[in-house]
Structures are given as C-alpha cells and as structure tokens.
Design a protein around this ligand. Sequence first.
Ligand SMILES: Cc1cc2nc3c(=O)[nH]c(=O)nc-3n(C[C@H](O)[C@H](O)[C@H](O)COP(=O)(O)OP(=O)(O)OC[C@H]3O[C@@H](n4cnc5c(N)ncnc54)[C@H](O)[C@@H]3O)c2cc1C
Length: 449
Amino acid sequence: MEHVDVVVIGAGLAGLSAARMLTRAGKTVAVLEARDRVAGRNHGAVFGNGVPIEMGGQWVGPGQDAVLALIDELGLKTYPSYDSGAALTYYDGAAHRYDDASFGLPEPDAVEAGRVWEAITALAERVDLETPWTTSGAEDLDRQTFDQWLLGETTNALVIRFFRLIVPALFSAEAHELSLLHFLFYMKSGKSLDVLVATTGGAQESRVIGGTHRISERMAAELGDAVRLDTAASGITQSDAGVVVDFDGGTICADHVVVAIPQTLAGRLRYSPPLPAARDAVTQQFPAGSVIKFNIAYPTPFWREDGLSGFVMSLDHAFNVVLDNSPHDESCGVLVGFLEGRHARASSELTAEQRRELVLGDLVDYFGERAAKPIDVLEKDWNAEEYTRGCYGGRLAAGVWTNYGKAVATPVGRIHWAGAETSDVWNGYMDGAVRSGYRAAAAILDATA
Ligand SMILES: Cc1cc2nc3c(=O)[nH]c(=O)nc-3n(C[C@H](O)[C@H](O)[C@H](O)COP(=O)(O)OP(=O)(O)OC[C@H]3O[C@@H](n4cnc5c(N)ncnc54)[C@H](O)[C@@H]3O)c2cc1C
C-alpha cells in the first residue's frame, strides 16, 4: 500500500498550510481534497465582464499576522477595502445616514448600545483563549445564550434588534444559537468587537488582488502532485503502526493524519477504533452558520457619487448587511451582501429568481432605483455545498465549551485536528485556519523529531 509520512484531509487554507510546513521540513505528504478545486471556503468566481470576485472568505486585517505573512510569501498583494463616505442603518422604514460611532441610531439608543458594547468588551477580557472552559465564571457564561444575556442587560428594543443583527453578521447564526462564552471567546480571539466589525483598522480592512482563493492555489502549486483533487476521504483506521486513510477509490497509509475539514464533516468520517466520546461529541455540536452570499455588479460604484461608503445594516430587511466590494481597479462597481441565519434558511426555499428579486428590492430601498439594474448577480448558498455545509464557520451553543472544549483541538493518537474552528487566535477566520495548520504540523514535527 502507498505510504507517506502525513496524509492531510482537506485542501483549504488549514490543510495546505499544514502540508506546506511539513513538506518544507522534509516530510512526504499527500493532501486529499474532495472537490475539483482547492481553497474550500475561499471560492473565487468571475463576473460576466471578467472581473474576479470572492464568493467566500475575502477580507484580511491587522493582527491577522499568519495569513498576511503567507500572502506576502506567496507574492500576492492586498489593497484597502473602500471605506469613505457615510454608512446607512435602516430601521423603522427609513435609512439613517451616519459617519460617526453612532451606527445611525438615535442618540439615547446609541448611548445605550455603546454601554452594552462596553459591557461585552469588559466581559470578553476575562476569557482564557487557550482554554476557554477554565475562564473565571465559565459555567455561568456558557450556561446562557448570547440572546439571554442581551435581554438581561438591556430593555431597549432598538438596541436588542441592533445586537440581534450584529451576531448573525459575525456568525451567520442567531443570537440564541450560541453561548455567551462562545461569543466572548470569538471576540477576544479576533482581539475585540471593535476590531471584528471595523473596516479600516479592523477585520474588513483589506482584500487580496485577484481573490483569496489564490492563496490556496499558490500553496497547491508549490505542493504539486501531493495535492489530489476529487479525492474524498471516508475513513481513518489507526493502530500502533500508523494510520490508514480510505478515500473514494483507494487507501493510503501514513504515520500521522491531519483532519483539516469543517467539524461537522469530520464527524462524517468513519474512525476505527471509534473516536473517544468527547471528540465525537465535538463533531456533533459544532454546527456551521447559514449564509447565502451575493455579489452584485454595476457599471460604476454609483453610491459613491452620493457620498455613501456602501456599508449598510438593516434591522428591517432580510438582505441586511451590505458593503462596497468593487475591484481595486474600479473597472466596475460591486456591492456584496449576505442573507444570514434565519434569513438564509428562509430564502433558501425560494427560487434563484425570487432571491434575486428580494436582494435587488432591498438594495433599491438602500440606494435607490439605480440598484435595480445590475450588470451581473452572483450568489452562493454555502449550506448547500456538500463539502462545507455552512459558513462562515462553526459556533458552539450553550454548555458545549465547558463540557467538550478540551477535545476541540487535542489530537487523538495519530489524528491531528486543524481548521479555522480549532484555532484560539482568529477563530473562524482565514488567519485562524492558517495558524491551525501550522499548529497541527508543528505537533507532528515535534512527535517525529
Ligand atoms: C461567505 C463567507 C465569507 C467569509 N468571510 C471571511 C472573511 O472575510 N475573512 C476571513 O478571514 N474569513 C472569512 N470566512 C471564513 C474563512 O473562509 C474560513 O475560516 C477559512 O477559509 C476556513 O479554512 P479551512 O481550511 O479551515 O476550511 P475549508 O476552507 O472549509 O477547507 C476544508 C477543505 O476540506 C475539503 N473537504 C471536506 N470534506 C472532505 C473530505 N471528506 N475529504 C477530503 N476533503 C474534504 C473541502 O472541500 C475544503 O476544500 C468566510 C467564509 C465564508 C463562507
């Protein structure tokens, strides 16, 4: 039977980062990728006019040192996201324009939102990133959903609606679908809530010229024949002698395996001997969010003429988070937006034509009639993707961190876990995926030194 030092399952950023580090250290590696392309949740598409556009993960920002260094090493370039002009928050049937820290809320509500924001920020300071379950008061923080905490913190209806929008904007999941501890962990993992939501100075600061999928494509090009497309892994057998990985059409043995696929999908592999109960429970309790991403192209970024940045949040609409996503050469105008959480689930039952009407109708409410006449519309429903099954990433509901947290990234014998959801820094982000790959590779190099 064919033997390599390490089999990596999944050719997303995590798997490829692990494979690249192992290869550079002299290990023989095989990367098994189920799809006919690499890059997983970083899917590059092209508009009819030839402009490349990202249908998955796209922004990078300060503090994301691992992915930024990788982009640089691979000879790729970033450019700043468009972030000039006024933003809009839409509520109670009207758009509210702002260019300050108010999020467009009336003053008393903005003050209350600021107070709640500060309260979350202070709570997040307590979280122990490496072992969130040992955080002081972890049981209490993990017993409640974010929504329960929010309702206990404020009675201001507009502020509650505002935070019920912020949560899906970050997780593609509703505020009642994740524990308070998970929210706090995720915030601190990306430094702070301010950093997570900001464009300039935050997680949406920059984009990669040509698209983020090029990061994975360049790593895969370096790895050459080691990357095997259309090769879905189906099972792992582990013994004292090593591991045997089954895939469609064959088997391959190795000393170690890195499982670098979303947690839910890791639970769909067959393990022999069976995984320890806690590790299997992690795979059952790490669901991904629900998101349908749209990129809408126009001849020009016409909203800029009205002094608008293109950033919109709406408490009234389904297509409720929108940003300017125009290419760096401004060869056309692009708006990107998301149907998230319950809105993604409801609209996945519509036809593509009905979804397009819904999205364009919401954009007309924000930007006027010119928004009704795009030159192209691209959409991607990440929950419908067999080898992703939801985005942006996984989140943990009440009680999971404190009961099963230890098993999220701890290897099981020769099986190592990677993927954005296993990182303690920039969890759920591209940067976290890269770091997780390096962590898994380093553990294997340590074990074989
Ligand atoms: C719409 C959207 C927007 C996002 N926005 C951002 C953003 O702006 N900034 C940011 O940093 N992050 C963003 N993210 C998150 C980011 O894309 C992910 O965190 C990151 O790409 C995950 O990388 P990964 O390697 O951990 O997993 P994946 O990219 O999911 O890679 C896993 C790979 O494993 C393969 N696979 C699955 N099952 C098997 C199997 N059985 N056998 C073999 N291969 C298998 C998959 O095909 C895939 O290629 C976004 C994600 C989405 C979907």
